[in-house]
Design a protein around this ligand. Sequence first.
Ligand code: OGA
Ligand code: NI
Length: 208
Amino acid sequence: MKPFLVEEGISNEMLSGIEQHGYYIHRNIINVTDAAALRALMEIRYDQDQFKKAGIGKGASFSINEEIRKDSILWIEETSSSPILASYSSHIDGLISLLNRHFFLPLKDKELMFAIYEKGSYYRKHRDRFAKQQHRFFTIILYLTDWQKGDGGELMIYTDQGEVKVEPHQGSFVIFTSETEHEVLPVFARRYSITGWITDVPIGLTFL
Ligand code: OGA
Ligand code: NI
């Protein structure tokens, strides 16, 4: 996987996008072959029933509510089983350093999960930063679906400046601040992504 995000040019564009609008979208951060390989990796685990229904909230306030959210997820505990996944993970570490330097932030870690939305799934308007645990600073999503118009599942981002519709194209990447309201529109064809958050505490400690 070629280096991304911390490259000159891209990084400036990304930092100014975050600064000015609260988000940044890159149309092809990884190539089609790498996206297909990651999708295959997800499919194996999905077929082995390793995914679980996604919930709302964290810790004691965790619950499953299919009116709000209807996707299946698998937390990524280790990335060494796949060179592409390991490479993505280390690029995100580079991104964390970049964000810390540029915005003078104390970001420390990331949590990553595989997410699959089957036809008929969605995620209603919400924020990713929880009221009780405010450790998520940025939401990062890598889209892995060979997406066509009509497949649905666009990400809507709502900011003070208006709304943006993000098409979840294979290999595209989006980052936004986790207090931003956003939504996944109803999906008409299976949708794959690696979704993650950049946090200001080590991930083992996010229950604090
Ligand atoms: C989430 C989320 C958006 C997307 O998992 O919290 O909002 O485009 N995902 O997958
Ligand atoms: Ni979200």
